[in-house]
Each structure stands twice: as structure tokens, then as C-alpha cells.
Design a protein around this ligand. Structure first.
Ligand SMILES: NC(=O)c1ccc[n+]([C@@H]2O[C@H](COP(=O)([O-])OP(=O)(O)OC[C@H]3O[C@@H](n4cnc5c(N)ncnc54)[C@H](OP(=O)(O)O)[C@@H]3O)[C@@H](O)[C@H]2O)c1
Length: 276
């Protein structure tokens, strides 16, 4: 597994998201433990969650029990008002059973003017490591850029994949200029980059680089951009952690990045891929 840096935090290039996939009843905890075990064995141990994802923080906290030190946790504050944020983050620490969170992000930029000074205090107190921002929508990118330019954030989490490329214009160059880590949500377009296939991508020219599946091709395409720091594909299937993590070892030359894009354009339905 290749690693990259978000400031002084060394992260694997393929981690895992948990919206939906970890919002499950405790009766399904064994599969989540298996997923996390595979994350450890594959070195894919950067895990993203949020209080927005209902049971996800709690399920991660239980499934991770006894293995906290083997993970890097990224969660979010998603509310308005300082007091509510203090309580919500205290609850996240409790559910995740930890006294330190590697990455704390302002979810969808909600009430960022209130939360940013609070996160700076928590960072100074050694409670969190990295201060981040997230947003899924292209409409929010100008505001995200404005906050990035303050120099007060260490990471951003944005939608980026072969069919959602709006971040290439301003956000990725700015992240590079300001040494801000880039966490990529929706690397496989929330599954739409499979469900919207109208032809079968030809993976033959990619095999010499170790690429065996379309998912790996999509992730290798993202990782060929050095401004991308870590991908967080979500899955409910333990075996897929192994498939996705393998993309973290695949290095492709620029012509193969172009080839994957051409295959995506040939094989995918031209529909709107954002969440809206
Ligand atoms: N505003 C925000 O901050 C925000 C918004 C959106 C997402 N996020 C974060 O980003 C994470 C990832 O985004 P996402 O979950 O929306 O989308 P995603 O990771 O692009 O897609 C997840 C979906 O793709 C499928 N999948 C994963 N790997 C696959 C593979 N190799 N082959 C075929 N299908 C595959 C999964 O199905 P199976 O379960 O069947 O494997 C799942 O349905 C989230 O979980 C969350 O942590 C943050």
C-alpha cells in the first residue's frame, strides 16, 4: 500500500468510507468486524465516518474494539452552534471509544465560522490531529476554496471520479499550492460507475499494471493524480476491501490515465453523477 501525507499524518492511499455500509444493526456486527480485519491486513486502515451516518460511528467503535491503535479515524462535526458541536463531538469520541481523532472535518461546511475556532482549540489541546472540510456538491466549491485560502485547514474531502471532475479547475490546484490533503469521497461514484455501464470496459491494456477490475481502474485513475491523498470507497463486502486496497499498489503512466478516461466515456451512460 502506497502512503501519502496530510501534513504530518502518513495515510494509506486507499482507506474506507462508512456511509450506509456501517449504518447497520448490531446483529450485522460480525461482517463489519471482518471488513475492519481486512482493512488492517491490507493496510487500508484510514476510516471515514460522521454523526450524519446514523449508526456508523457506534458500529465502528464496537467492531474496532481492542484494535483502535491500528486505525486512523476521520469523523465530522455536522450541526450548528458551538455548544451543540461540543456535545456532538464528545459523543463521537464516546462512540468511537477513543480520546484522540486523527481527522475532524466540518461536514458539508455547515456553520464553519463557528466550528473552525473550536477545532483549532481541540487541535492545540491534542484532541484532534487534522482539521478538515467536506462537501459533496460542485455548488459548494467556491465557498470551500474561500475557507482553504484562510490557511486554517489541513484537509478537504471532495467528490472526485472519472465522471465528476469539477474539482480539477480550482480546488485541486489550490490544495497543491497550500499543501492541503485531499480525501476523495465517491471514488466509484457511489456505485453508479458500475450500475451505469452500457458497455464492458476493456481492461486488457491495464493488466500489466496489476489492474484486474473496473473498480481498480477507477481508483488507479484517481491515484495517478499526486494531488489526491487518500480514497475512501465504501463497501459492505469484506472481499471488496481486498480488491479496493490492491489499487493502492497500482501505479499507471499518464497514457493509461487517459485510456481509463476514454473507456469511462465510451462505456458509461452520460447522466448527471452528482448527488444533487
Ligand atoms: N459530504 C460528505 O462528507 C460525504 C458525502 C458522500 C460520501 N462521503 C464519504 O465518502 C465515502 C464514499 O462515498 P460513497 O459511499 O457515497 O460512494 P463510493 O465509495 O464511491 O461507492 C460505494 C458503493 O460502491 C460499491 N463499491 C465499492 N467498491 C466497489 C468495487 N470495487 N466494485 C463495485 N462496487 C463497489 C459499494 O457497494 P457494495 O457495498 O456492494 O460493495 C457501494 O454501494 C462515504 O462512505 C462517506 O464516508 C462523505
Amino acid at each position: 500500500m502506497q502512503t501519502r501525507m496530510i501534513r504530518d499524518l502518513e495515510v494509506p492511499v486507499v482507506g474506507m468510507g462508512s456511509a450506509g455500509s456501517f449504518d447497520v444493526p448490531m446483529s450485522e456486527i460480525d461482517v463489519r468486524k471482518q471488513i475492519l480485519d481486512n482493512c488492517i491486513s491490507q493496510g487500508s486502515n484510514f476510516v471515514d465516518t460522521s454523526p450524519m451516518y446514523r449508526r456508523s460511528e457506534q458500529v465502528i467503535g464496537v467492531a474496532m474494539e481492542g484494535e483502535r491503535d491500528k486505525f486512523q479515524l476521520a469523523t465530522k462535526v455536522w450541526c450548528t452552534g458551538r455548544d451543540t458541536a461540543v456535545k456532538q463531538m464528545a459523543r463521537s469520541f464516546e462512540l468511537l471509544k477513543t480520546d484522540y481523532i486523527e481527522v475532524m472535518q466540518i461536514h458539508n461546511l455547515v456553520d464553519w465560522r463557528t466550528h473552525l475556532p473550536l477545532l483549532e482549540e481541540m487541535k492545540a489541546d491534542g484532541k484532534i490531529g487534522i482539521i478538515g472540510l467536506t462537501h459533496y456538491s460542485p455548488d459548494a466549491l467556491p465557498e470551500m476554496a474561500e475557507i482553504m485560502r484562510t490557511g486554517r485547514v489541513d484537509s478537504i474531502q471532495i467528490s472526485y471520479n472519472v465522471m465528476e471532475r469539477q474539482v480539477e479547475e480550482v480546488i485541486l490546484p489550490l490544495a497543491k499550492e497550500m499543501d492541503i490533503g485531499v480525501i476523495v469521497m465517491r471514488p466509484v461514484g457511489a456505485g453508479q460507475l458500475f450500475s451505469n455501464l452500457i458497455a464492458k470496459p476493456n481492461l486488457e491494456p491495464l493488466r500489466e499494471f496489476g489492474i484486474r477490475t473496473w473498480g481498480q481502474a477507477l481508483m488507479a485513475w484517481l491515484l495517478a493524480d499526486p494531488r489526491v491523498t487518500v480514497l475512501i470507497p465504501a463497501t459492505s463486502r469484506p472481499q471488496r476491501i481486498i480488491e479496493n486496497a490492491a489499487a493502492g499498489d497500482m501505479i499507471i503512466p499518464p497514457e493509461m490515465r487517459n485510456y481509463i478516461l476514454t473507456e469511462a466515456q465510451r462505456c458509461l451512460k452520460p447522466v448527471f453523477y452528482g448527488i444533487g
